[in-house]
Design a binder for this molecule. Structure first.
Ligand code: NAD
Length: 465
């Protein structure tokens, strides 16, 4: 088994990649049993470290064991189970129909692994956001270097140990380090890059990958709007918005960023959000075991700065030492508030009223495309209009976050929120590419292209139209 590698210098990163390249071209990652074995190793590695994973998530983010298990470990088991169940079908090459021009040749499409992949992860769900792409990379028959976020150090250490104990370094390795290490890795000739993180760094990753024409998947962030329409069930909307917004203390890429509510329901929604927060986290959420913490002081400072000049309807209490920020609701933030400019990525929920659906459309259409769009409505026409009029990576109707939990629904962004998809079969497809093969029979005596003189133009015009 491999040793935990901690290359920080460019030359050390290069050496790990060289070992992975050798491993990949040895062909050892490609057979179906090899892929199944790799997925089994990953499952066993996670299973053996469940307690360590829960402890790391508690140390890094104050996540409760229930939340950590459901959103990180159980999610990974589901992705692994789905891949293991369907892999045999996914890897099978596909026959295509014979065409006249290639007759009697036979065409096939193989799903080809890219080779050596680089996976860069963020800190908010540090396990599943690196290991779910790894499921796709292994199912696809690739090798992978994982670079966890340095900002969640306890999780980074468990990830490094898990991978080192489960895989040879030539197949999967964890490289630890900060931005310098990410930059050193990005300078190397990987065959595929899978990046999850901010839109700002996503731009840098895409620009670097473009220099070598390396294909990349970008899973980025953005401001996911939540629209509560005139026909919505307001109690249900409040309950599901509070769950999706304050999970992981709002540090979820697809968390509802702000709410636009029909003016008829504005007061009722504010009241119900308040009741729901109390019902879920008690009078003092700081003491509630299910309420998490902000990742670090810098992020805490950024979030509290967003509250300057605002008068929270509820919450707003902050303790920098404890990295605590209460679940906070802001009714109608000031017009030039940064809350409505940048991705909040914390437990602050602005709520604004609207009168007409067209108003919502013209307001949101000028914004960068978000990762998710949440619609609470019982009016099929309104839902259809909003779906057709507003771009987003995914949509969830009368719920929040749930769409990303299904391996049957590809997950990803569009425009500023990313490019490419994963989860379930989409993960396999993200780490493989179609490779076409045409096989002509070795002994067939004659083919159209064997003619030394061109076919008459009249014949070509008649038959190839
Ligand atoms: P980040 O972009 O700061 O960091 C992500 C990774 O990039 C880390 O591994 C980091 O080491 C590396 N990195 C940072 N600066 C870099 C640079 N200059 N050059 C090269 N690499 C660099 O993101 P974060 O703060 O860890 O995560 C929060 C962001 O991620 C939010 O915007 C959130 O919406 C987004 N996110 C998206 C998804 C998704 O699935 N689409 C999931 C989680 C988080």
């Amino acid at each position: 088994m491999g040793v935990v590698s901690q290359p920080t210098s460019a030359s050390e990163c290069e050496a790990v990649l060289a070992r992975q390249r050798e491993h990949f071209w040895s062909g050892r990652t490609r057979s179906l049993p090899a892929r199944q074995e790799a997925l089994g190793r990953l499952r066993a590695g996670i299973r053996a470290r469940e307690e360590a994973i829960l402890a790391a998530l508690s140390a890094d983010l104050g996540k409760s064991p229930e939340e950590a298990y459901a959103t990180e470990i159980a999610f990974l088991y589901q992705e692994l189970r789905f891949a293991e169940r369907h892999l045999r079908k996914w890897v099978r090459s596909q026959r295509v129909r014979r065409d006249l021009l290639q007759f009697p040749g036979r065409g096939r499409i193989h799903r080809e692994p890219f080779g050596c992949c680089l996976l860069l992860g963020p800190w908010n769900y540090p396990f599943q956001l690196l290991l779910a792409p790894l499921v796709g990379a292994l199912a696809g028959g690739n090798t992978a270097i994982l670079k966890p976020s340095e900002v969640a150090p306890a999780s980074e250490a468990v990830l490094a140990e898990l991978i080192a104990d489960s895989f040879e370094e030539g197949q999967v390795a964890v490289v630890r380090g900060g931005v310098d290490t990410s930059e050193a890795l990005l300078a190397l000739p990987f065959d595929k890059i899978f990046f999850t993180g901010s839109t700002r760094v996503g731009h840098l990753v895409a620009a670097t990958a473009a220099q070598r024409l390396i294909p990349c998947t970008l899973e980025l962030g953005g401001k996911s709007p939540t629209i509560v329409g005139k026909s919505a069930d307001v109690s249900l909307a409040a309950r599901r918005i509070v769950w999706g917004k304050f999970l992981n203390a709002g540090q979820t890429c697809v968390a509802p960023d702000f709410v636009l509510v029909h003016h008829n329901h504005y007061d009722a929604l504010l009241r119900k959000l308040d009741l729901e927060i109390r019902a879920r986290f008690g009078e003092d959420p700081r003491l509630h075991p299910q309420y998490g913490r902000i990742i670090h002081r810098g992020h805490h400072d950024r979030l509290t700065a967003l509250l300057q000049g605002e008068s929270p309807l509820r919450g707003g209490e902050a303790d920098a030492e404890d990295l605590y920020l209460a679940p906070t609701v802001i009714a109608e933030p000031t017009p030039d508030s940064p809350l409505m400019e940048e991705e909040i990525f914390g437990p602050i929920l602005p709520v604004l009223p609207f009168e007409r659906t067209e108003e919502v459309i013209s307001r949101l259409r000028d914004q960068p495309a978000p990762l998710a769009l949440y619609l609470f409505s019982r009016d099929a026409q309104e839902l259809s209009l909003l779906r057709k009029s507003l771009p987003s990576g995914g949509i969830c109707v009368n719920g929040t976050l749930l769409h990303l939990l299904s391996p049957r629904l590809p997950f990803g962004g569009v425009g500023a929120s990313g490019m490419g998809n994963y989860h379930g079969k989409a993960s396999f497809e993200a780490f493989t590419r179609p490779r076409s093969e045409l096989r002509m029979p070795a002994r067939w005596p004659w083919h159209l292209t064997d003619r030394r003189r061109p076919l008459p133009l009249a014949f070509l015009r008649r038959w190839l139209r």
